[in-house]
Design a protein around this ligand. Sequence first.
Ligand code: LRH
Ligand code: MN
Length: 426
Amino acid sequence: MNINKQQLADLNKTNLKNHQTHFDFLAQSLSNSGTDVYALLAKLAEFQVAIPSWALGAGGTRFGRFSFSGEPASLEQKIEDIGLIHSLTQTAGAISLHIPWDVPNDYNAIKELAALHNIKFDAVNSNTFQDQKNQKESYKYGSLSNTSAAVREQAIAHNKEVVEIGNKLGSKALTVWLADGSSFPGQNNFQTALTHTQNSLISIYEDMPADWKLYIEYKPYEPNFYSTVIQDWGTSLMLANGCGERAYTLVDLGHHLPNTNIEQIVSILMLKGKLGGFHFNDSKYGDDDLTVGSIKPYALFLIFNELVYGMQNNPQNPELGWMIDASHNVKDPLEDLIQSLEAIQEAYAKALLIDQNALRAAQEANDVTACQELLQNAYRTDVRPLIREARLRHGGALNPIEAYRALEVRKNLINERGNKTVATGL
Ligand code: LRH
Ligand code: MN
């Protein structure tokens, strides 16, 4: 199924007048307060978020998985689904593959199909947290940190193979997330596990093409429930520094213990020039992988405030990798991803409204109330007309979810694919 711009233009007609009224009003009031609305629209348009190839079907937990009809059964169909999301939102111009869940059969065909949908290949993800059929060594007791050199060698070789696959597709970054850890006190020697992990990562890093980046993703627990080798941002930063200047920390929003100040972590990593990218999602308790902005939208806004400040003041930090990492247990995966993209754009647009110079001045003056007023005025601004205008100017839908339903996308996908197809992934 494809969605063409004319279909969307026709659908937009019903909301166009209403949108124009809201946009003109907001643009006028923002210009009055000195905001360059067209610069903001340009920033929103160039802001592209990578869609995880492993989150286009129904997710599940150990307690069960409720399938979703019309799921993509191949990498080709996954790219088509992301093409649908990108047509509607104009902000999903990239895919992040997970290997071996998404190994291309025909690289040229896959690259052509992605180009057809204006989709680039963002970071590729290795997988040493599951044993594949006919795999020689098991990752039951870890991979890059395993006490067995044979297991570590196998895991290192897998990561090098993932880089080769990504390199053929035009990707420029490898994301390593390790489940490695222990579930009981005494099970692991922490120092040996970390030292093995460092040396394994160095071997992977040194084998990467010179223009590639390594993203090291941390997580406090799950699937191990007593210790995780790469448990927090400090450990990831230490390992990145141990590898070299093209190794960075990747922040998955769900990988923090309750009430962790994630925006402070983001700020420090940018100051150190070591923030590589994000896995956006939301959570109430653990690594829930819920829709972005569905639980803690203000926290997401505060993170984007630090990102905007960092992008204006930390040239030492590279261009960031923007990716979603979610799992859809009860919602249509495509609708869920569309809502996540909207929440990310909204947090970014609100953060761009903050007068960073005025905020710095109020901070220097310890005028706490003024600091809060500057943040909350921006947060309380309804920026949806801006995001709609940015989409409209690039041929997208004024209201993507409304258009998704009006075009009966899910029904069409089921007609094309049947309702038994199951997508690889989580
Ligand atoms: C681990 C994680 C990691 C992926 C996996 C799918 O929780 O966030 O980024 O490899 O989810
Ligand atoms: Mn993640």
